[in-house]
Design a protein around this ligand. Structure first.
Ligand SMILES: *[C@@H]1O[C@H](CO)[C@@H](O)[C@H](O)[C@H]1NC(C)=O
Ligand SMILES: *[C@@H]1O[C@H](CO)[C@@H](O)[C@H](O)[C@H]1NC(C)=O
Ligand SMILES: *[C@@H]1O[C@H](CO)[C@@H](O)[C@H](O)[C@H]1NC(C)=O
Ligand SMILES: *[C@@H]1O[C@H](CO)[C@@H](O)[C@H](O)[C@H]1NC(C)=O
Ligand SMILES: *[C@@H]1O[C@H](CO)[C@@H](O)[C@H](O)[C@H]1NC(C)=O
Length: 357
């Protein structure tokens, strides 16, 4: 009897705790690449990096292809849900011509992430001069237009309070590293990673000046293990050079964030170690329900995922949906690890602690 009451109290406490967490996070702003894009590139008529056709979205409500590079939801969607929001924030490109959504008291953030983009302006752009992606710097420019809008609506002081409690998720860097690797650049890798760090740092400082205080940063996964890269290895193993670049990116961004939080004492951050999180699953897929971690569910070497490709039915068992992107199952696992994970995967605090901070 006594035990039962205790359990009920515990559950209630959990529910209350979630409500409190909600109240503390007024909005979520999401920046980065395809791991977080919820439809940005659909608004770029000339973009080739898109996923607004079947079988993308096969497991999304009504099997709708939305531009997400997934069979269903992506990590940005799962993070928004874990933070207590009913739905993922809308793409900036949608909001920009529907500013009534920004003006409403129920405004809960925006998504700027653009598939194929990177830290560098040139990453993901095609040589034909047509707009293929929205680079991070331009995404921040878009955020600054929302900042101005919020200041106009709420006044400077309350806009700043609103933004200081909001979360800024950024998942970027993989495409810069892909481009560097594939171009066989002669720039030494330490120099390249340092350049990315220098530019990323200046962007984070810009966001800080625009009111951001809580940063949830996701580093680069072991991209050499993507099916698209594994096929370049005769053994089918991961490409070690690419994975080493991902590791160096992580340690660079870790150092940058420590420095940044020293310079700005009211800045808080979580750094998700996408490398460690993914290797953990690759090494031991079964406990997570994965049976196939090296091949994509959709498409193969000859046919990229799209209307002409075949795709698996046991999608829950695959880590990769297409040759580069995770399945909904993998994205959900990643988001739950970022949200509640231990120090090995997310540090110095996890995303839940960041929300509560
Ligand atoms: C917003 O509306 C303007 C004017 O109608 C149009 O030129 C622009 O392409 C629209 N932007 C988006 C992202 O839809
Ligand atoms: C990146 O592009 C933007 C917009 O085109 C431009 O204003 C900015 O100067 C560029 N940044 C760098 C570092 O080249
Ligand atoms: C290919 O994979 C094997 C493991 O199967 C690894 O030892 C080797 O270094 C990889 N080759 C390259 C070029 O990364
Ligand atoms: C993984 O999936 C691919 C393609 O769907 C298949 O050819 C391969 O045999 C699978 N591997 C395992 C270990 O199930
Ligand atoms: C699918 O295959 C058809 C017939 O071979 C071809 O005409 C079409 O361009 C292909 N579509 C894509 C998206 O590759």
């Amino acid at each position: 009897m006594g035990k039962k009451i205790f359990l009920v109290v515990l559950c209630l406490a959990t529910v209350l705790d979630l409500h409190l967490a909600n109240a503390e996070v007024p909005a979520v702003f999401i920046l980065g690449d395809s791991t977080a894009d919820t439809g940005t590139n659909n608004f770029l008529p000339d973009s080739k990096d898109r996923a607004d056709f079947p079988p993308y979205g096969i497991d999304f409500p009504h099997s709708r292809p939305t531009g997400r590079f997934s069979n269903g939801l992506n990590s940005a969607d799962f993070l928004a849900k874990l933070m207590g929001f009913k739905r993922s924030p809308l793409p900036f490109f949608y909001l920009v011509n529907n500013t009534k959504f920004i003006k409403r008291p129920s405004f809960r953030g925006a998504n700027f992430a653009s598939a194929g983009s990177g830290i560098l302006n040139i990453t993901g752009q095609t040589k034909n001069g047509l707009k293929n992606v929205v680079p991070l710097e331009e995404q921040i420019g878009q955020f600054s237009s929302i900042y101005s809008e919020l200041v106009a609506i709420k006044g400077q002081a309350s806009a700043e309070v609103f933004l200081s409690k909001s979360l800024f998720f950024i998942s970027v860097g993989s495409n810069d590293i892909f481009a560097y690797y594939l171009s066989r650049s002669t720039v030494p890798k330490q120099e390249f990673i340092a350049t990315l760090g220098f530019i990323y740092d200046s962007y984070l400082r810009t966001l800080y000046k625009l009111g951001a205080r809580k940063f949830g940063i996701i580093s680069v996964p072991p991209i050499g293990c993507c099916p698209a890269l594994r096929i370049q290895n005769t053994t089918g193993g991961c490409l070690e050079d690419l994975n080493n670049l991902a590791l160096e990116f992580h340690s660079m961004i870790n150092t940058q964030l420590i420095k940044l939080s020293t310079d700005y004492s009211d800045m808080k951050y979580s750094l998700g170690n996408a490398y460690e999180m993914t290797i953990n699953v690759l090494d031991n897929p079964c406990p997570f329900g994965f049976k196939n971690v090296s091949n994509p569910c959709c498409g193969d070497e000859r046919t990229p995922c799209g209307p002409n490709a075949t795709f698996c039915s046991n999608r829950r068992e695959y880590l990769f949906w297409d040759s580069v992107h995770p399945t909904q199952a993998a994205a959900g696992l990643a988001a739950r690890t970022l949200y509640g994970g231990e120090l090995r995967f997310v540090s110095p605090i996890n995303f839940k602690q960041l929300a509560d901070a």
